[in-house]
Design a protein around this ligand. Structure first.
Ligand SMILES: NC(=O)c1ccc[n+]([C@@H]2O[C@H](COP(=O)([O-])OP(=O)(O)OC[C@H]3O[C@@H](n4cnc5c(N)ncnc54)[C@H](O)[C@@H]3O)[C@@H](O)[C@H]2O)c1
Length: 372
């Protein structure tokens, strides 16, 4: 173990963001304890790390207390997509609130520094654009998204009260839409929905008129910022800090770029907007720029190419209803590789060969319900 290496707990470590964070923490020489109840995560996201001498996996629900010795805690456990967090809204609130209480209690007992993965959803349907950290938000406390939005807001409250009352070293980052390899193919989030629909040659579902905007941050950029917040900010600075990509795209633009990069013949179809769906969401990242010396580096098209390659691989052996367009769009300048080569390389890069089974085995709850 490196001299300055720490023992780091990552809750939700078998999820999309958690598994990328673990890759980076192990790469930096730390010991990692991955805690996950595998509700939306998958062991396949960390399968490529099996046997790693500095990684331990523990199946555990964060709504229950946890007694371990660690130096730092990244609290990511929580279903993040509307189809998942609305599946059992009571459990979603419990995961955010009881999970935060349990992890903060653990941090207090062992003197660990702790970071909360909060969300841009704390701003609700914002009346201020772009959203700075000082904006208090416009959140419906009783709607179908409230279990997530209000759960995360309450978790932030707990983090700040533990900081003020118990002098805990707490950090809160507010994450805006993030995408990349290892997203759940059936999570109903807009990037995964569009890519999967385009790869299957299905109609691409847009909600409303498709003019609502989102900003999309590539996962590598996000993880860099999250780790800088934990490691490079003053011990007594709790945040919150927005992390996201301020580049703003309409949902329709995103659909058109995905169709072009996939080389798909999919058509756009329009459905009514779901309840409480925000019309615009864009981070103000001035604080992150100043404090973390950070801004996103990966352009949307570049990140989408990686993500499309990943999903292409995941869907490859799903069966006859999969239509994979013949010309995969690669990074500009790269020569078009045969699908098998491009996709298998993507799978290995992402998280191991058996990831391709993921799409087949996932619950068929994937009726897209939102543009998040
Ligand atoms: N991906 C994004 O765009 C985004 C945006 C804002 C905030 N976030 C936050 O980042 C975190 C990670 O999101 P993600 O996109 O990786 O989602 P994800 O669903 O892939 O990962 C969440 C992980 O938490 C685990 N989990 C859920 N409930 C649990 C519980 N009670 N006990 C233990 N483990 C539990 C799941 O099994 C999963 O592995 C979440 O807290 C989410 O709210 C993500």
């Amino acid at each position: 173990m490196k001299k300055d290496a720490k023992t780091v707990l990552v809750t939700g470590g078998a999820g999309f963001l958690g598994s990328h964070l673990i890759d980076r923490l192990l790469g930096a020489g730390h010991e990692v304890l991955c805690v996950d109840n595998l509700f939306t995560g998958s062991k396949r996201n960390i399968e490529h790390l099996y046997g790693h001498p500095r990684l331990e996996f523990m199946r555990h629900d964060v709504t229950m207390p946890l007694y371990v010795e660690v130096d730092e805690i990244y609290n990511l456990a929580c279903p993040a997509s509307p189809v998942h967090y609305q599946h059992d809204p009571v459990q979603t609130t419990k995961t955010s609130v009881h999970g935060a209480i349990n992890m903060l209690g653990l941090a207090k007992r062992v003197g660990a520094k702790i970071l909360q993965a909060s969300t841009s959803e704390v701003y609700g349907d914002p009346a201020v654009h772009p959203q700075p950290e000082s904006y208090w938000g416009n959140v419906n406390p009783i709607g179908p998204r409230s279990c997530y939005d209000e759960g995360k807001r309450c978790a932030e409250t707990l983090f700040f009260d533990y900081h003020r009352q118990h002098k805990l070293r707490t950090k809160v980052v507010r994450i805006f839409n993030t995408y990349g390899p290892r997203m759940h193919p059936n999570d109903g989030r807009v990037v995964s929905n569009f890519i999967v629909q385009a790869l299957r040659g299905e109609d691409i579902t847009l909600y409303g008129d498709g003019q609502q905007t989102r900003s999309f941050c590539y996962v590598d950029d996000l993880i860099t910022a999250m780790m800088r917040m934990m490691e490079n900010t003053p011990e007594d600075f709790p945040g919150p800090v927005n992390i996201g990509n301020p580049g703003e795209f309409t949902i329709r633009e995103l659909a058109e770029i995905v169709i072009e990069l996939v080389g798909s013949r999919s058509r756009l179809v329009f459905h009514p907007l779901p309840a409480d769906d925000p019309k615009q969401r864009r981070p103000d990242i001035d604080l992150a720029k100043r404090l973390l010396d950070w801004e996103p580096k990966v352009a949307l098209r570049e990140g989408l190419v990686e993500t499309i390659a990943y999903f292409r691989a995941v869907l490859l052996d799903e069966g006859p209803r999969v239509v994979l367009p013949a010309a995969p769009a690669l990074r500009s300048g790269a020569e078009a590789a045969p699908i098998a080569t491009a996709t298998l390389a993507a799978v290995r890069r992402a998280s191991g060969e058996s990831l391709r089974r993921q799409a087949r085995e996932m619950p068929a709850t994937a009726k897209p319900s939102t543009t998040t």
